[in-house]
Ligand binder design. Structure first.
Ligand code: MCA
Ligand code: AMP
Length: 465
């Protein structure tokens, strides 16, 4: 069976993918992507300048058809981040209609939107071959490449389709970035495997969601909270079959607002770039505020503590581990660090006797979730330290009504540099969402007797100035 099953089916080939208002039939998409795939002969890794547009869809599908690992690069990545990703992954081309997309890397840019169409589609590569390398933040250092096989993508999409009753009869709507699991794997490849038409709204605004008239909607909690803040748009979703939230904790008040405004409770699901989506509520089952559901078909989960296993009693908190066919193959250049097939997620959770999971938080404060984006504190601290006036920096996530957490930096300076300059300095080097929202200039950072910075002693309230 092909990875993008529905893309190859003659049936319903006129069903479309629409991105930011531009539609293309699946037949046309396949022809364009197959033609580009022919140009990828000899390419070992293909980077894609992942703007929210049809060229990105064509480029990613072309890479998958050709069996060339695809590395989607955030279009707003600052130069430091872009150069790191392009060098680390070993890309030999950048696929984009923007001649400047490769930045200063020197990579050749191959245009995507040429006139060529091809009817000759190569056989699918073996399932164990790499489909995607997605860059994601660790607690320290620059982002790491998460290697995902075709088999892992297929296993996850099939398990989600089963849990959500997701079929070609759905119309999927979302406006999430095409360079992370949520928008790319679920939101694009999921549509091309199940056959549901896709409306990508460009940006995930409440009014665009309301206007799209779909049956299946994906959003991160920030999107759902903005939808609820626009009751007319929220009410327009009453006819939808399923509203799905994931990538970060959905606040209980937002869950409740969705129930009252749209007439239905959202389905919450949990995952990671490294594991894909592993736990979810079901279309035909309960939806519980503050809970993310049951393991998907083929996925096993367990809780562990330093002194052994943790009971699944719904109360005892443990470190969440997962096992199954959806797991990654490791970070680029490093095999996956698994124990008997189990991957330690870094999240802490409870599991009830009925199997329902509640994500309590993360074990480390150094991974921040802001607007559904995962940001490593260390990467932001390293960028701040490149500024000549910065002597020390400590970055944490602090509570934020709209984004869940906001990036807050505490900086010791040895020369003139104000918060705005430092925020702009990071913005020039890293993707926009990695900018600190707030920079506090402080005389010193709290340290323990060993001299190690104690982030737990940094003020998290809004009153600090
Ligand atoms: C941002 N802005 C700033 C700053 N930061 N301005 C000044 N100082 C700052 N520090 C600007 C932005 O550039 C933007 O400007 C404006 O402020 C508003 O930004 P923001 O509030 O962030 O809103 P937004 O741009 O509308 O973005 C919100 C969003 C976005 C749409 C929810 O965060 C988003 O797309 N999140 C999805 C992330 C995602 O897909 N994660 C999935 C990871 P301007 O308006 O001029 O541009 S995969 C995953 O997690 C797993 C596998 C899973 O479970 O799914
Ligand atoms: P990323 O690798 O960017 O996909 O981020 C994965 C992390 O997002 C997980 O380790 C969790 O901390 C968080 N996450 C994803 N989905 C949920 C959810 N439904 N509820 C709470 N946290 C979530």
């Amino acid at each position: 069976m092909r990875l993008l099953t529905a893309l190859h089916a003659d049936q319903d080939a006129e069903r479309s993918v629409t991105v930011d208002g531009v539609p293309v039939s699946r037949h046309e998409l396949l022809g364009r992507a197959a033609a580009l795939a022919e140009e990828l002969d000899g390419v070992t890794v293909a980077a894609v300048h992942a703007v929210a547009g049809l060229p990105t869809v064509v480029a990613i599908v072309a890479g998958l058809l050709a069996g060339v690992p695809v590395v989607p690069v955030p279009p707003d990545a600052g130069e430091l981040e872009r150069l790191h990703v392009l060098r680390d992954c070993g890309a030999t081309v950048m696929l984009s209609d923007d001649p400047a997309a490769a930045g200063t890397s020197g990579l050749p840019v191959v245009p995507v939107s040429g006139p060529s169409r091809s009817g000759s589609v190569p056989p699918d590569p073996a399932p164990e071959k790499t489909a995607l390398i997605l860059y994601t933040s660790g607690t320290t250092g620059p982002p790491k490449g998460v290697v995902l096989s075709r088999a892992a993508l297929a296993a996850d999409l099939d398990a989600l389709a089963e849990a959500w009753d997701w079929t070609a009869d759905d119309t999927l709507v979302h406006g999430l970035p095409l360079y992370h699991v949520h928008g790319l794997v679920l939101g694009l490849l999921g549509a091309l495997r199940t056959g549901s038409p896709l409306v990508h709204t460009g940006r995930p605004t409440p009014s665009a969601y309301a206007a799209a008239g779909g049956s299946l909607y994906f959003g991160v909690p920030t999107v759902w909270s903005r939808v609820c803040a626009d009751p007319a748009s929220a009410r327009a979703l009453r006819g939808a079959r399923l509203l799905v939230s994931g990538s970060a904790p959905l606040p209980v008040p937002v869950f409740d607002d969705l129930v009252s405004l749209t007439g239905q409770a959202p389905v919450e699901r949990y995952g990671m770039t490294e594991t894909l989506i592993t736990v979810s509520a079901r279309a035909d089952g309960d939806r519980r505020a503050g809970h993310v559901g049951l393991p998907l078909a083929g996925v096993a989960t367990r809780l562990v503590a330093a002194d052994g296993p943790v009971p699944h009693d719904g109360e005892t908190i443990g470190a969440l581990e997962v096992r199954g066919a959806t797991l990654f193959d490791g970070y680029l250049g490093q095999p996956a660090a698994l124990t008997d097939g189990w991957f330690a997620t870094g999240d802490v959770a409870t599991i009830g006797p009925d199997g329902w999971h509640r994500i309590v938080g993360r074990a480390s404060t150094d991974l921040i979730k802001t607007g559904g984006y995962r940001v490593g504190a260390g990467e932001v601290e390293d960028a701040l330290l490149l500024h000549p006036a910065v002597v020390e920096a400590a970055v944490i996530g602090t509570p934020h009504d709209d984004l869940g957490e906001q990036i807050t930096a505490f900086v010791v300076t040895g020369g003139p540099a104000g918060p705005d300059e430092l925020i702009g300095f990071v913005a020039a080097r890293l993707a926009a969402h990695k900018r600190p929202r707030v920079v506090h200039l402080v005389a010193e950072l709290p340290r323990n007797a060993m001299g190690k910075v104690q982030k737990s002693r940094l003020p998290r309230g809004e009153k600090f100035s």
